[in-house]
Structure formats: structure tokens, C-alpha cells
Write a protein that binds this ligand. Structure first.
Ligand code: GLC
Length: 659
């Protein structure tokens, strides 16, 4: 164990800045250098000179993996990435990213998990647990309120304390239970002070309130002034920057930073390095590249969401099937930026996979180039070939051009020419099925009523075409559900850049996503938690078992009343019927995914605790459980409530404020 007390001041200060793009300082060879690499859905080794950056497994984005609503799926993905990290001698993966999808325009939403903090925290915790169990570290990111990408290094997020605590911190607080080896602070100012220099954020919240003991690293290039960052509670500036050491040294000489501040952070970096080095002793590779690919397929098919399936047009029954859209040949695997993985996996065209899976069908590919390069002639070409087909599949969506790090989306719809292609084809062909390759939410209201079915594919990594084939042919019964609202663009809360133009005022406060749409009765395209199956599920027998004044075991039965094995994501929402503050109409406080054979019935149990009922009280500066009636809403989505119960909380005064 290297004791910081034995080091010179220069050696200590060098520990507070990376040694290069991806590693900590070696303290003149005395300390292990942790090798860090992006990212949440696979290893991005393109900057590494000694790795094979051409063949890492491109797993589905976290938006897709999260849409499985299955903690085990998230764990399996983190485990498989850890496996590859061990193979590539990476010690720490820079993920998961769990920023709340406040604005559907955020260019990086494909990389995040949800608009809901409880859900984001649960899935982030599962990811961290599974990866660190393999002895590979994580970096929970980006703390905090980095919810848009334009001007992410300058735009100050101006947020009320209540919205911070209930919406933007809550997922991080829950995920910290898994003790991430590091937490990454965000680029943006928060209420006027850069996150990397924000003592309220890093010291008073992460350390003092949440009890975080690990290393706080900066986002890459997020530190403007190293000594201010150190004083705010940031441990390690990444990556190496020449003025990192010099700024710290001159601040030390002026007495602006103290020995104890330096030692505390430097020792945390030492502890991280030694933890990573010790973990290597237990590293073992469990999977082959092929097995990781198969895992990528399984995750993708668990997370894709069947948005519409009129007349049970899916699964495909055979006959003449036309497949169009270049995305089926060369699918977008991920959004742009840190989450991009260079895979050598060669896609098989979707039409070929469908033809293999449906040997009696007549599957024909019609080459329609997606996006603005479309020409009217190709549209006529498609309609001529699709006319009379039993099913016409049209692939549309975005690529890493429209969705990526450091820019936001221009709009929430697919390319207008692709919308026109869908509408024109649907006029002539009865059974149009749309495959929606978008990284995150999309407004499909202009065309969804004209088509029979729509599968949200997301950015699903290298297993995308196999996963789509398995779902379209019924080999896999879709079970994913939306973890973000698909809004109607005209109804989206305006991102108010009021003030001096460098400020984004979070005027929506705690009313984010479905919390806004459901509270104010706003129409959406598809609601939070929505997703169809080839099976049908019946909910019954809601029972609320009181364990204490604030702890309740909610149980109910779910039955698969179809003749197809499937899985159902059951959601438990809480509604504070009467409160002294304005509260969302409902809030997700529990969920489970239950796998049911045809005709099978199971009992689902979800436990609610005081955090399920509390809100943040500014005057009390704490979470507060108000006495009164709460409704318990059990649903298949936020707008498909199947069971409804009530409880009444009557706490003595002294117990109403969380400790
Ligand atoms: C990027 C991203 C962050 C990533 C880091 C290292 O700018 O914001 O998520 O892990 O830099 O690539």
C-alpha cells in the first residue's frame, strides 16, 4: 500500500492530473496506472495504439438495453463488456451514463437510460454491480444536469434544489449504493458554477450527503482551473494537461490549497490504482467474441419496443415480403461520440436473414436510400415493387449524424422524405411495417396511423439485424417498453434559454417527461412504459400489505392469457392525492419483468419504502413524507393502469422528515 505521506509534494500533485489520455500518474513507477476506456455499450479503443480497435463488440446503446426493463439484461451486458475489458487489459470502463432525458432534443439521449430517476438509478446500479463484480471499475457519469449537448461546456443549467434532489440527483444517489470506483463530473456550469469547481455538487452533495468514498474524475477537458477543482472536491483532472501540475504547484506555494486537501485526494487516487491492480489477480475471461456477439443480439431483442401491431400483422406469416431502406443493409449501430465502438462484425442484410428464417416466403429487397438522398424515382420504384405484397417493411430513422455527443437534434421527426415515403407507400400497400432506427424518442404522429406496425429498433449495436429477424418472425416475443416518452413535437416543453443566453432555466422543475405530460394531460405519441407483445397479459388481485407506516409490499397477479410464451414489464406508480407542494400526477416507484409461459400466472411483488412517497422540502432542506392518502397504480404503461389501490400514511411529526 502506497502511503501518500511518503510522497513528495510534486509526486502528490501529479496524482491529481492524468498522466496521459487514459491513465493516472505512476508516481515515478511506484503506482499502477489504471487504464480507462469508454464506454457504456462497449470498448472504444480507437485512441489506444496497442489495442485491436477494429474488433470490439458493439453492444446496444443503454437506451435499448434499458428498454428491456430487465435488471438481469443490464447486468449481462455489463458483465460481457467487463469480459472484453479484461481481454483488452482495460481496468475501468467510462460508464454508465445516467443523465436524465429531460429534453428529447438532447443529442446524447441514446447513451442514457431514461427520463425517470428511479428507473435510471436502478439500472445504473445493476450495471455498476455487475461490472465491478468482474473486477473492472466504472465511472458513473455525468454529474450533474448535463441534459443537452449544444454548448455543453458553457451552458449553465439553472435548476431548483427540489428538481435537483428529486429528478437529477436521485438516480446518482441510488447508483452510488453500488460504490462505483469513480464518478465523472460534467462539463457544464450548474447554477452558474462549473461542475468541476462546484463544491455544492462534489463535496457537499456527493461526499457529505451521499457518502461517496470513491474518486471524482472530471469529464475529459472539463477542468478550467485545477486548484479550484481540487478545493471543490474533484480528485483527478482528466486527461493530462500541462497546466494541471503548474496551477496546483503555484496555488500550493500561495497557500491556496492545503496539504490535507492534497493528501485526501491523492490517497483516493492511490487507493483506486491499487484496487485496480489487485483486481487483476482475479481477472478471468469467460466468453469468446462469438458469445459476446450472441449476448449483443439477446440484449437488442430484449430492448427493442413493439410500438404498434394492428391486425396482428406481426409476427410475419410468409407470402411476399418487401424489405426497403438502406438501414437494413448498413444499420446505424450507435450514436456519435464516446459511445461509438469499432466492430469488425459484418452485418448480414435483413432481407437475407428474413429469407433464411422464412424459407417459404418470397422476400425481396428494394434499394431505397434513406434520408435526404432519396429521389422521387426511388419512391415510385418502391411502390411499384411493393404493390400487392403481403407485407412491406420500411426502415427509417437516424444515424450518428443526427444523434451524437456535443450537438443536439434539430427536430424530433425522421427525415421528411422518409415520412413521405411511408405515407405514399401506405396509400398503395395495405400492410406497411416500419422499423424505426432512432437512438431515442421520435415524433411519429404524422405517419403512425397509416401503418400497420412499428418496431422501435433503437441504436442496437452489431446484433441489430439478427434481433429484428427474431422478433419479426416470432422466434422472439418482443417485451421491451419505452423508458422515455415519444412526444408530439408541438407539445414538448420549450428549452428556455432565458437570461443571458448562457443559461438554460429548468422551468419544468420536477415535471420532466411523463411527469409533465401526465400531470397536465398533454397528448403524446407513445407514453413512457409503453410496449406491446405478441402475448396478452391480465392483471388481478392487487394486495397492499402494510409493513410499517411508510413501507408496503405491493403484490398482484399477472396472467399470460395468450397461447404464446412471453414477458411483461409491470410498473408501479405512486400518486400523492393531496399535498402541500405541486407534485407530478404519478411517479414510477417500482417495476418488475415477469416471464410467463402461455396460460401461466405469477404473483409479482414490489416493495415501496419512504422514498416512494417523500418529496424534497426546501424549507426543511430534506426529503419529507407528508401524511395523507396515496394511490398505488399498477400498470402496463404510465397510461395503461390496470390496478389501483390506496394507502393512508399517518406518521408522527418527528418521523416525517428523512434523517
Ligand atoms: C467525453 C464524454 C465522456 C467520455 C470522455 C472520455 O467528452 O463526455 O462521456 O467518457 O469524454 O472520452
Amino acid at each position: 500500500m502506497l502511503d501518500v505521506k511518503t510522497l513528495t509534494i510534486d509526486q502528490k500533485l501529479k496524482l491529481l492530473t492524468g498522466a496521459n489520455l487514459w491513465q493516472n500518474d505512476s508516481v515515478d513507477g511506484k503506482l499502477y496506472q489504471v487504464r480507462m476506456a469508454d464506454g457504456p455499450n462497449g470498448l472504444r479503443l480507437s485512441d489506444f495504439d496497442d489495442a485491436n480497435p477494429q474488433d470490439e463488440t458493439a453492444f446496444p446503446s443503454l437506451a435499448v438495453a434499458g428498454s428491456s426493463w430487465d435488471r438481469e439484461i443490464i447486468k449481462e451486458m455489463a458483465d460481457a463488456i467487463a469480459d472484453e475489458a479484461i481481454e483488452e487489459k482495460v481496468d475501468l470502463v467510462l460508464g454508465p451514463g445516467i443523465n436524465i432525458k429531460r429534453s428529447p432534443y438532447c443529442g446524447r439521449n441514446f447513451e442514457y437510460i431514461s427520463e425517470d430517476p428511479y428507473f435510471s438509478g436502478e439500472m445504473g446500479k445493476a450495471y455498476i454491480d455487475a461490472m465491478q463484480k468482474r473486477g473492472i471499475g466504472t465511472s458513473l457519469k455525468h454529474f450533474a444536469v448535463n441534459n443537452s449537448e449544444w454548448d455543453r461546456c458553457y451552458q449553465s443549467s439553472e435548476v431548483s434544489e427540489r428538481a435537483m434532489q428529486e429528478i437529477y440527483f436521485a438516480g446518482f444517489k441510488k447508483a452510488i449504493d453500488a460504490n462505483p470506483w469513480t464518478i465523472m463530473c460534467s462539463y457544464n456550469p450548474v447554477n452558474g458554477v462549473y461542475a468541476a469547481e462546484n463544491r455544492k455538487l462534489l463535496k457537499l452533495t456527493l461526499r457529505d450527503k451521499f457518502g461517496y468514498k470513491g474518486v471524482v474524475v472530471s469529464d475529459w477537458g472539463a477542468v478550467l482551473n485545477s486548484y479550484k477543482s481540487l478545493k471543490a472536491g474533484l480528485d483527478m483532472r482528466m486527461p493530462y494537461h500541462e497546466d494541471g501540475f503548474t496551477t496546483l504547484k503555484s496555488a500550493y506555494k500561495k497557500g491556496l490549497i492545503t496539504d490535507s486537501e492534497i493528501d485526501e485526494s491523492a490517497q483516493r487516487v492511490i487507493d483506486l490504482a491499487e484496487k485496480a491492480q489487485n483486481a487483476k489477480k482475479h481477472h478471468k475471461i469467460n466468453m469468446t467474441r462469438a458469445e459476446r456477439h450472441q449476448k449483443a443480439v439477446e440484449i437488442a431483442q430484449s430492448g427493442m419496443v413493439l410500438l404498434k401491431n394492428e391486425d396482428d400483422i406481426l409476427p410475419l406469416k410468409g407470402g411476399k415480403i418487401v424489405v426497403s431502406g438502406t438501414y437494413t443493409v448498413n444499420p446505424p449501430l450507435a450514436g456519435n461520440g464516446a459511445a461509438m465502438v469499432k466492430t469488425a462484425y459484418k452485418q448480414t442484410e435483413l432481407d437475407k436473414l428474413l429469407a433464411q428464417a422464412l424459407p417459404d416466403a418470397n422476400v425481396e429487397y428494394v434499394d431505397v436510400v434513406n434520408g435526404i438522398r432519396l429521389r422521387a424515382i426511388r419512391m415510385r420504384h418502391l411502390v411499384e415493387r411493393a404493390y400487392g405484397s403481403d407485407v412491406t417493411i420500411i426502415a427509417v430513422g437516424n444515424t450518428n449524424v443526427e444523434e451524437g455527443e456535443s450537438w443536439d437534434r434539430e427536430n424530433l421527426r425522421i427525415c421528411p422524405l422518409d415520412e413521405k415515403l411511408i405515407l405514399e407507400t401506405a396509400k398503395k400497400c395495405d400492410n406497411v411495417v416500419v422499423l424505426l432506427y432512432t437512438g431515442s424518442s421520435i415524433d411519429c404522429s404524422s405517419w403512425i396511423d397509416s401503418v400497420k406496425a412499428c418496431l422501435w429498433v433503437g441504436f442496437s449495436g452489431e446484433g441489430v439485424n439478427e434481433a429484428i429477424t427474431n422478433i419479426l418472425t416470432g422466434k422472439v416475443n418482443p417485451s421491451g417498453k419505452l423508458t422515455e416518452t415519444f412526444p408530439i413535437e408541438d407539445n414538448v416543453y420549450p428549452d428556455s434559454n432565458e437570461g443571458n443566453g448562457f443559461v438554460t432555466r429548468y422551468g419544468d422543475d420536477v415535471f420532466v417527461g411523463y411527469r409533465m405530460y401526465d400531470t397536465f394531460g398533454v397528448d403524446v405519441c407513445f407514453p413512457f412504459g409503453h410496449g406491446l407483445s405478441y402475448s396478452e397479459f391480465e392483471y388481478s388481485d392487487l394486495d397492499i400489505n402494510k409493513l410499517s407506516e411508510t413501507d408496503y409490499e405491493i403484490s398482484f397477479k399477472v396472467k399470460n392469457i395468450s397461447n404464446i410464451d412471453g414477458a411483461e414489464v409491470c410498473q408501479v406508480y405512486v400518486k400523492d392525492v393531496v399535498s402541500m407542494v405541486s407534485r407530478p400526477q404519478k411517479e414510477l416507484k417500482g417495476f418488475d419483468k415477469v416471464y410467463l409461459k402461455a396460460g401461466e400466472q405469477k404473483t409479482v411483488k414490489v416493495v415501496l419504502d419512504r422514498s416512494s412517497f417523500a418529496y424534497w422540502s426546501d424549507p426543511l432542506d430534506e426529503f419529507y413524507v407528508e401524511n395523507g392518502v396515496f394511490e398505488i397504480l399498477v400498470g402496463a404503461s404510465s397510461r395503461d393502469i390496470r390496478l389501483n389501490g390506496k394507502i393512508k400514511i399517518n406518521l408522527p411529526d418527528e418521523l416525517q422528515v428523512s434523517k
